[in-house]
Structures are given as C-alpha cells and as structure tokens.
Design a protein around this ligand. Sequence first.
Ligand SMILES: [Zn+2]
Length: 64
Amino acid sequence: MSKPTIVPCPQCKQEVVWSKDSPFRPFCSKQCQMIDFGEWADEENSIPGAPDMSDSDGWSENDY
Ligand SMILES: [Zn+2]
C-alpha cells in the first residue's frame, strides 16, 4: 500500500530505499557508512600529543 521511502545516501547521493532491506540506511552501503563514521572518528583520534618530558635521569655520561 504505502510507497517505499527513498532517501539519498549522505555520502554518494545514491537513492536508498528506507526499509529493513537497507541495513545501512540512510547510507547505501557499509562503505558509505564507514566513510561517515571515519570523519567524526578522526576528530576523536586527534588527541593533542602531550610530549613526554621524561628527563634522562637514568643515564650518565661514561667518560672514558
Ligand atoms: Zn552511498
């Protein structure tokens, strides 16, 4: 009875049928879903690398 809902894939703009046959909706495929996921995951990974300022106390110069 009801028409299938078609949504454009946010990544590649391909038409995706909004149904249980499209497990990655609104994305057309897992690939497009992962691309989107990777974009925001990128920000999570950009943790400012605090340089480890551990001084070299454990070694001394061996003066021959
Ligand atoms: Zn897509």
